[in-house]
Design a binder for this molecule. Structure first.
Ligand code: IPE
Ligand code: IPE
Ligand code: MG
Length: 245
């Protein structure tokens, strides 16, 4: 039985989020510059996205560039931005072929203008697709998102559009940049790091966490299958006892 066949399609996570980590170390192990690792990470993005869509996962969110990543050396940031533009331009056809819609979350106003317009092109070009929504977190950090959302809500209260009692969990979720996307059931982080690095803090309140030592450029369909199989073995109790489930 192949790994793929071991997956129970009736218990598929609706939303998988991934912290794609380890590109730099992957390159270093090969005596190459960090950017070589980023280039090789693109194939993993393609493979994983395709695997998720083929299985029937409805939402996938990939952490591609954090607010904190702006602190990296300029040449690495430039290379990442260039790679991003090149990839979305090249992959638009594939996204359409696979019926995948592209979305982004993050502070896009901080991206170089040509990157921003390239992204908008692909987002618009794929907006009619409905097999899976692929969200790229770009210039994203969860605390930034939470502060932005809180400011927007405070303004609405100030302008008497809503009252304090309107601020409930569901309402708050609907004001975040992930509005309309269900919370991830499964969060994967590659490269053996055990941290969240400011990713989707609100949304992962009850996500199952899966850590793998695999470096991102080595991550392939089979690795996604393994993560999903592991997820399906877990009992999600949401505060209840095992007997109640
Ligand atoms: C992940 O790989 C890609 C980004 C954060 C943009 P890293 O570049 O963080 O690789 P490591 O963690 O240094 O190996
Ligand atoms: C997290 O990876 C951000 C992305 C994957 C885009 P980092 O490599 O930047 O995380 P830290 O700084 O090691 O926690
Ligand atoms: Mg890293």
């Amino acid at each position: 039985m192949s790994l793929k066949e071991k997956i129970d399609l009736n218990k598929l996570p609706c939303h998988i989020a991934i912290i794609m980590d380890g590109n730099g170390r992957w390159a270093k192990m090969r005596g190459r510059p960090r950017t070589f690792g980023h280039k090789n990470g693109v194939a993993s993005v393609r493979d994983t996205t395709e695997a998720a869509a083929e299985l029937g996962v409805k939402y996938m969110t990939l952490y591609a560039f954090s607010t904190e990543n702006w602190k990296r050396p300029k040449f690495e940031i430039d290379a990442l931005m260039h790679l991003l533009l090149q990839t979305i331009n090249k992959e638009t056809k594939n996204l359409n072929k696979n019926n995948i819609r592209l979305r982004t979350i993050g502070n896009l106003s901080t991206l170089p203008r040509h990157i921003y317009s390239g992204l908008m092109n692909t987002i618009e070009n794929t907006s009619g697709n409905n097999r899976m929504t692929l969200t790229l977190a770009l210039s994203y950090s969860s605390r930034w998102e939470i502060i932005e959302t809180t400011k927007q809500i405070a303004q609405k209260v100030k302008d008497n559009i809503i009252t304090l009692d309107d601020i409930e969990q569901e309402f708050y979720s609907s004001c975040l940049s992930t509005a309309g996307i269900p919370d991830p059931e499964l969060l994967i982080r590659t490269s053996g790091e055990y941290r969240i690095s400011n990713f989707l803090l609100w949304q992962i309140a009850y996500s199952e966490l899966y850590f793998t030592p695999k470096l991102w450029p080595d991550f392939r369909k089979e690795d996604l299958y393994e993560a999903i199989i592991d997820f399906q073995r877990r009992e999600r109790r949401f505060g209840k006892t095992s007997e109640q489930i």
